[in-house]
Design a protein around this ligand. Structure first.
Ligand code: SF4
Length: 185
């Protein structure tokens, strides 16, 4: 893997931008779509091998830890864990889309707070350092939900990097699983 070693700064910047205004989290859509576009175009995992800021964060944090890594569980590499993560990802996206549609249709109030693992509300408000005027409530709802999903998966990946090898998350990352399915076809 040849990811540039300072790419992790983009990940930190992404989460800091959310503290300034949550709507910047919609840039995360690029991190979900660009890897797949590159797989389709290059017939290889160009994003994972060169540009992924999250992988750079895991590598940086995982390599700087002061204790030795545990062996990566076999069910991460050869078992069903990646399919479980893909299912979690699919369920999250479905909930995000359905609830955003509900807000857009006016049958649901926007949720303007973060949730960990879809259902656990975090007990603090995001400081919003500046407002963007005339944003539709559904877009604000979508932004909070998207930030929550990115925060959850990044946090899980960091825990794995600290316990196992730095890029253990990559063995079960939904983007990698979808990329593998595309490449096999
Ligand atoms: S598997 Fe996921 S986290 Fe790892 S490099 Fe690819 S997109 Fe990034």
């Amino acid at each position: 893997m040849r990811n540039h070693k300072y790419l992790f700064l983009f990940t930190i910047f992404f989460f800091l931008l959310g503290f300034m205004n949550i709507h910047f989290s919609l840039f995360g859509i690029v991190c979900m779509t660009l890897p797949i576009i590159l797989v389709l175009k290059d017939r290889k995992k160009t994003w994972c091998q060169n540009y992924c800021p999250r992988a750079s964060l895991y590598t940086t944090c995982g390599k700087s830890k002061k204790w030795s890594s545990h062996k990566t569980p076999r069910f991460f590499i050869k078992g069903n864990m990646k399919w479980i993560m893909l299912a979690y990802f699919g369920i999250s996206l479905t909930i995000i889309l359905m609830s955003t549609l509900g807000v857009a249709r006016g049958v649901k109030l926007p949720m303007e707070y973060l949730r960990f693992l879809i259902v656990i509300p975090l007990p603090f408000d995001m400081p919003q350092l500046f407002d963007i005027m005339n944003i539709a409530p559904w877009l604000t709802h979508l932004s909070y939900r998207f930030y929550s999903m990115m925060m959850t998966t990044t946090f899980l990946g960091l825990i794995l990097a600290m316990v196992y090898k730095p890029r253990t998350w990559c063995t079960i990352c939904p983007i990698a699983t979808v990329s593998d399915v595309i490449l096999k076809k």
